[in-house]
Design a protein around this ligand. Sequence first.
Ligand code: FAD
Length: 314
Amino acid sequence: DASDLLRNSLLQLSKQEKIRDVIEKAPVSRSVVKRFVPGADRADVVGAASEIAASGRRSTIDYLGEDTTDLAQARHTRDAYVSLLTALRDEGLTEGGTVEVSLKLSALGQALPGDGNAIALDHAREICELARQAGTTVTLDMEDHTTTDLTLDALRELRADFPTVGAVLQAYLYRTEADCRDLAHAGSRVRLCKGAYKEPESVAFQSGAEVDKSYVRCLKILMQGEGYPMVASHDPRLIEIAGALAGQAGRDPRSFEYQMLYGIRPEEQKRIADRGDQMRVYIPYGQEWYGYLMRRMAEKPANVMFFLRGVATK
Ligand code: FAD
């Protein structure tokens, strides 16, 4: 339908460099981007995370960047996480995992020619070590399907030394139910989301209804399993089903959490935290907001209008 068409066009557009250049350079960007990204600097995100913590919500922070093609950039990303974790620890925000970090292996060098995968893994290890020292956890974001196996392999390697590292599984992939079974064991932390990339029919459900059904099947496996499910969705129906499944499985509210993105349904985030369930907010920060923002546009046509109005009024 029309919204699927718009979604696919936006995800295609997000890959086109000329368009990216124009939009990224537009002076617009800041005010419009701000709803979804609290800022470019570490201080901006530490401030946002403390406000969120003050309202009883937890958070996970993502230093924006993906598809890194040079080593210096990959190192820069690692350094950004190192300084971030140090700042968060100094503010007392990492204790007990109140604030954790989310990593994209592609930002840490996974796609560099030659030993990119090993480089990304080394960078991730350094970040995990610092997170452990600060008393918090790390979650590996999931990117497009060409990297799923690599990311799950990295997860296994990292968990050997850092057993609290979490993974993300995407309900739109056919393989995900099986991955949920593999990862529903004790000590495992799994963030279940619908999936944000444009994926071919050979690997992923294409219709919203099919993705939702897959999400529920995956949720059942995770809730009945022994791990720690992280229910990442803004979809009211899925959130309700997650609560019901947790109840049926006899889960304590501390044994799973809900997750939403910064700037999306903030009142609902607070409501869920206030009723005694755990809510974690995913907060991105940094200069490289383009890919992230285009995926948010693709999810909700109204956001495109919000964005274009911002462009038009500058
Ligand atoms: P949708 O059906 O998209 O939305 C349901 C309702 O939520 C909408 O009707 C609307 O009311 C509201 N809503 C949803 N999106 C928006 C928006 N952009 N703006 C305003 N309102 C909105 N994807 C990955 O592929 N890999 C990851 O590692 C990953 N990590 C994530 C971490 C978190 C904490 C969250 C919340 C999402 C993550 N995602 C990730 C994105 C996810 O895959 C979806 O693309 C995204 O969450 C939208 O799906 P939804 O479940 O909210 O349902």
